[in-house]
Design a protein around this ligand. Structure first.
Ligand code: ATP
Length: 261
């Protein structure tokens, strides 16, 4: 396995915050893996994702290191690393057409002209299983449903063929049926494009569906990290046990093939 990213003792504190939002987190991300980052609200998952993507707001205090052996000094957001946020309404620009927003990354980073970038955008809209891609190129975000907007956001995030995709709670704002479709779509896209996926969620079932490994955060600290079967079957930390218990009731199907942990 090739190390994609080595995070060493990463600590992050927002301005005026009493406590750090990330507290000496160390972990290694392997090229091609799917890592789910899971934790309760406020545990530092989004802060971790933004730090990884180089998208922290100004004024934060950062210590420790994020080392990217194949990138100098770090992957360029939009080109090497795609980012999908929880709320597609916030990540899409309301006054630009869907076509312009998906084509933008391809034009900027793949050296295409607008016409070529729009051809790629139509192709991507089809890949994310949106109907009538040619017509959609001329539509605006408000004309789409939440699930469709999230598909557009995913298409835009992968337009420049990034090798890393960071997906931060991308299904939280969607109803359950649409959640499952978006997870299936991410699963296919990541496989087809051989991307490394960092998937942020508070949902153990989603994490275990999509990931190879799970990292469990609580209060800004990494509580445990390991293969899905290990974390789901033999959780070591209180945080992992609590997240698992939230799923174990009569209605909940088993998280892994082979029965309940
Ligand atoms: N821009 C910010 N300024 C100040 N504090 C922040 C900022 N963003 C996050 N925090 C704080 O950092 C801590 C971790 O937040 P973060 O959003 O990383 O957690 P999370 O696990 O992603 O939570 P959620 O699941 O609710 O999105 C929280 O206490 C939060 O209030």
């Amino acid at each position: 396995m090739t190390v994609l990213c080595d995070i060493r003792q990463l600590a992050i504190r927002y301005p005026h915050a009493k406590a750090p939002s990330l507290d000496h987190v160390s972990l290694t991300l392997q090229a091609g893996e799917r890592l789910a980052v899971i934790g309760e609200s406020g545990s530092g998952k989004s802060t971790f994702a933004r730090a990884l993507a180089g998208l922290l707001p100004p004024g934060v205090t950062v210590s420790g290191e994020i080392v990217w052996p194949s990138f100098a000094p770090a992957p360029l957001p939009g080109r090497d690393l795609g980012f999908v946020f929880q709320d597609p309404g916030a990540s899409l620009n309301p006054v630009l057409t869907i076509g312009e927003q998906v084509a933008e990354g391809a034009k900027r980073h793949l050296g295409l002209n607008w016409k070529q970038a729009f051809v790629r955008a139509a192709d991507l809209l089809e890949r994310v299983r949106l109907p009538e891609p040619e017509r959609l190129l001329r539509a605006f975000p408000h004309q789409l449903s939440g699930g469709q907007r999230q598909r557009v956001a995913i298409a835009a995030a992968v337009a420049a063929r990034p090798s890393i995709l960071v997906a931060d709670e991308v299904t939280s704002a969607l109803d359950q049926a649409v959640q499952a479709e978006i997870v299936a779509l991410l699963d296919d896209l990541v496989r087809e494009e051989a991307m490394t996926l960092v998937f942020i969620t508070h949902d153990m079932a989603l994490a275990s569906t999509l990931a190879d490994r799970i990292a469990v955060f609580a209060a800004g600290r990494l509580q445990e990290i390991g293969p899905v079967r290990q974390v789901v079957g033999h959780p070591q930390s209180v945080a992992a046990k609590t997240l698992l218990e939230a799923h174990i009731d009569l209605e909940t199907p088993s998280l892994v093939v082979g029965g309940r942990p």
